[in-house]
Design a protein around this ligand. Structure first.
Ligand code: CA
Length: 382
């Protein structure tokens, strides 16, 4: 099991040795890795730069086998615990974690992750094998009550040029369901929700007991004509079912649209953008949960912000957020998406930072210090 920063007991002496060694003997050009810079400031960091090139084997579904997961080059523990790949027999077409070239690796160098959510129903010509449909981490310590009461999930993202179809110069066609980010609470490990006793109280299917659990939030990406590209929220609580005398997750917020985050312009400019999602799960049974979303342009300017508070985010089980995944699936014609579109759901993520506090301003200050005056050939605003 992955352990949170602070419990890397065996790594600290190695780190100190490396620091002293390089401090004494290196030239001024030697530089601490960007991964290490961010790890000093935040609880969970993934730049992908220090991972081995990786693609999952075909398994036709969820794979929680640790032997099959992404690995760091130095084999230090990382939080990635599972992926989903319904490749329908298609072997990986490329490495999923790799240098994806200057367009699709943030800052133009290092490595990033390609996500490749599948389309349902399947469609001829839809690209497969370029990434996991879903890629997930566990950030608890083995207890469903471990993890973050208030979690900030920050990452850089760039969508492929065919991820959304345009019906005008700066206007989108409808997208049905494009699962993008899931934030789950109450897992004792990546694929076991609740304590063993709690698990017996929820509906006996994979979604309730192993995949989504209870009290979680799923964000889709949604589009609208007029250049709108924004997150669409589905948050679920537990609902009692008389038939089974048990609880199962039920959306209490369904398809809430956060249009304030009009991310359309970054897509039309073919640019990377930063997204930061904050969820405060609040206290049990009380309407004190909170959601905030920030979008930043590539230089750190806030270009979108949404918030809502005063909502119940955990109703029955007293847990914290500790399971996070990117991706899912894309539901096409079943959700009124135009079947004639040559849709391609690939998107790329990089520099994931997870913290109990706001990430964006500190992240961009560090980045500016690190690589000023240019990011991928574009001058900083200052
Ligand atoms: Ca990277």
């Amino acid at each position: 099991m992955w352990r949170q920063r602070g419990s890397y007991g065996t790594r600290i002496p190695v780190f100190l040795f490396a620091l002293i060694f390089f401090g004494l003997f290196s030239t001024a050009s030697a530089q601490e890795s960007w991964q290490a810079v961010l790890e000093r400031e935040f609880e969970v960091v993934e730049t992908f730069d220090e991972l081995k090139n990786w693609s999952g084997k075909y398994h036709g579904g969820y794979d929680y086998n640790q032997a099959n997961q992404a690995k760091r080059t130095d084999n230090a523990p990382i939080p990635w615990e599972y992926f989903y790949a319904d490749n329908s027999g298609v072997a990986p077409a490329a490495d999923w974690i790799a240098d994806h070239g200057p367009e699709y690796t943030w800052k133009g160098k290092g490595k990033s992750l390609c996500l490749n959510p599948i389309r349902v129903p399947k469609k001829t010509g839809f690209p497969l094998g370029y990434g996991p449909g879903k890629f997930g981490m566990y950030v608890g310590n083995g207890s469903p009550a471990s993890g973050f009461k208030k979690i900030h999930i920050f990452f850089m993202v760039k969508f492929g040029s065919n991820a959304f179809i345009l019906d005008g110069a700066e206007s989108f066609e409808w997208v049905g369901v494009f699962k993008f980010l899931h934030i789950g609470s109450g897992f004792r490990e990546a694929h076991q929700w609740g304590t063993e006793a709690e698990q017996q109280t929820v509906y006996n299917n994979a979604q309730n007991r192993y995949i989504y659990g209870q009290n979680g939030t799923l964000f889709n990406m949604a589009t609208e004509a007029g250049g709108l590209l924004f997150p669409k929220e589905e948050s679920a609580l537990s609902e009692y079912q008389t038939g089974c005398d048990c609880y199962r997750y039920a959306p209490y917020i369904k398809n809430r649209r956060w249009r304030e985050n009009n991310g359309g312009p970054f897509y039309f400019r073919n640019e990377w953008v930063a997204m930061e999602y904050m969820l405060d799960i609040g206290t049990l049974g009380n309407a004190d949960g909170k959601l905030e979303i920030w979008y930043y342009d590539r230089t750190g300017n806030v270009i979108g912000y949404s918030e809502v508070g005063g909502e119940i985010r955990k109703e029955r089980y007293d847990h914290r957020y500790n399971k996070i995944s990117w991706g899912g699936n894309r539901l096409g014609t079943a959700y009124a998406e135009d079947d004639a579109d040559p849709n391609d759901s690939r998107y790329y993520i990089d520099d994931i930072v997870i913290s109990g506090n706001r990430v964006g301003p500190k992240y961009f200050a560090l980045l500016k210090e690190r690589i000023s005056p240019k990011v991928s050939g574009v001058d900083w605003a200052d």
